[in-house]
Write a protein that binds this ligand. Structure first.
Ligand SMILES: [Zn+2]
Length: 442
């Protein structure tokens, strides 16, 4: 390759040279995956392997849709039988042309398996000899992921036990925490007994929360922030989410929790608050984990939060396609807002391409194009292979437009921009680098 003789300062002067350098740079730049549902390698909750890949909730919804198997019968099957059913339904009886199905094949191919054999049993045994550490190393290497940010819920009994366990080993520095606040913000007052048992003197608050309760919630947040060392706080919210909201008792308490507990704690520790807005929970409860839907949300909640709390940082992703343009516009208005990812039902190449291009046209490189949302370790492989192809394509297209004006991007400028898109801008926004800055925040 003659690329080796070029220095970083040498400009890319032709479309073909530019395209191949962008593609190459996007492939080789490690990513910080800012939102996943993975767990530390030594946690019993970390999912991996072909049976977990096949019984991903995206595929459950797709398979049950074209089957007459009663939902309850499916849920009673052991995991391996669920995987058999999904394989037969979506990969044998039909062509696996959906994005989630293609993802399984990209993943298997990335792991070195021959997808043309269609050999489910073979895929089950192929990697059985790997230890979990080897498996994690293999997947992170193939996906070229440097850091994964998890979703850590201190109200989840299994997760809570893991983090409180004295026997837990040293942390894997590649797995970073995010402190998830859904139960606190969406299930008050049902979480009150749990907080009381854990030693926090909180009261339900019939007409709003008293000062002691708010102080105790901040103490709870401080304890978990110090325990997890999260890179941000996070909550997923329904499309009806509004801020401020005094329309009912529950809404007024949520507004108070945000203003007087969550945002002050976030400021104290210098942590962004991530809002994932637009999930309509349990549209079809019989589908259980696969039963959630989407709704368009009011962008005014994001505008009000960014305007009212300039000292807080907000990371926002919205689930509805209809919210994407206005979210990018709000991000132009507020430097304390970071739009991120093409979430869940948006994670399809046609939509990721459209959204990423629109964001780049409005925001340059000051956004996070994608997160994997991976629930199964192996999914990092396909989510990032597919996302990288689109990011490279969109970026190449924008550079091509620059080239047409006579502007010539240099190699080091391309590397700088790709690094920003694959994690650099996220770290700049949060004001920290993993491992380097823990002391600063205290
Ligand atoms: Zn998620």
């Amino acid at each position: 390759m003659d690329a080796a003789v070029h220095t970083g300062a040498s400009p890319l002067t032709s479309v073909s040279e530019l395209r191949s350098f962008v593609r190459q740079t996007v492939e080789k730049t490690p990513v910080t995956d800012i939102h996943t549902h993975l767990y530390p390698p030594d946690s019993p909750q970390l999912l991996f392997g072909i049976d977990e890949l096949l019984s991903y909730h995206y595929l459950i919804a797709e398979a049950l849709r074209v089957s007459d198997l009663p939902y309850e019968t499916f849920w009673e099957l052991p995991r391996r039988k669920q995987a058999d059913f999904i394989w037969a339904t979506l990969f044998v009886n039909r062509s696996p042309v959906s994005e989630a199905c293609r993802g399984v094949l990209t993943t298997l191919a990335g792991l070195g398996l021959d997808v043309s054999r269609r050999d489910l049993e073979g895929y089950r045994t192929a990697l059985a000899d790997l230890s979990i550490t080897e498996y994690v190393d293999r997947v992170l290497a193939v996906a070229n992921v440097r850091y994964v940010v998890m979703t850590n819920d201190p109200f989840d009994p299994t997760e809570r036990a893991y983090w409180l366990s004295a026997g837990r080993g040293a942390r894997d520095p590649r797995f970073l925490a995010a402190l998830r606040l859904d139960p606190l913000l969406l299930a008050w007052p049902r979480v009150v007994p749990q907080l009381v048992v854990a030693g926090y003197r909180v009261r339900t608050g019939e007409t709003g929360l008293d000062a002691q309760t708010l102080g105790e919630i901040r103490r709870f947040l401080a304890d978990w922030i110090e325990r997890l060392e999260p890179v941000y706080l996070a909550v997923s919210l329904p499309p009806e989410f509004a801020y401020p909201d005094h329309s009912g008792k529950e809404e007024a308490i949520r507004t108070q929790l945000i203003e007087e507990a969550v945002l002050p704690s976030a400021r104290q520790y210098g942590l962004p608050l991530a809002l994932m807005i637009g999930v309509k929970r349990q549209v079809n409860p019989a589908l259980r984990v696969a039963g959630d839907g989407v709704g368009k949300a009011a962008i005014s909640a994001v505008e009000h939060l960014c305007a009212s709390f300039p000292e807080n940082k907000f990371m926002v992703t919205m689930l509805s396609r209809e919210n994407q343009h206005e979210l990018a516009v709000v991000a132009r208005k507020f430097r304390n807002l970071l739009p991120f990812g093409c979430w869940w039902f948006l994670n399809n190449p046609s939509l990721v391409t459209e959204i990423t291009r629109m964001r780049m046209e409005l925001l340059g490189t000051s956004f996070v194009p994608q997160h994997s949302d991976a629930r199964v370790l192996d999914q990092l492989i396909y989510k990032w292979a597919h996302a990288r192809a689109i990011i490279a394509e969109v970026l190449s297209h924008q550079y091509e437009l620059l080239l047409a004006t006579g502007w010539q991007p240099t190699r080091s400028e391309v590397e700088r921009d790709v690094e920003a898109l694959l994690g650099g801008y996220f770290w700049e926004f949060t004001g920290r680098r993993p491992g380097a800055d823990r002391q600063d925040a205290r």
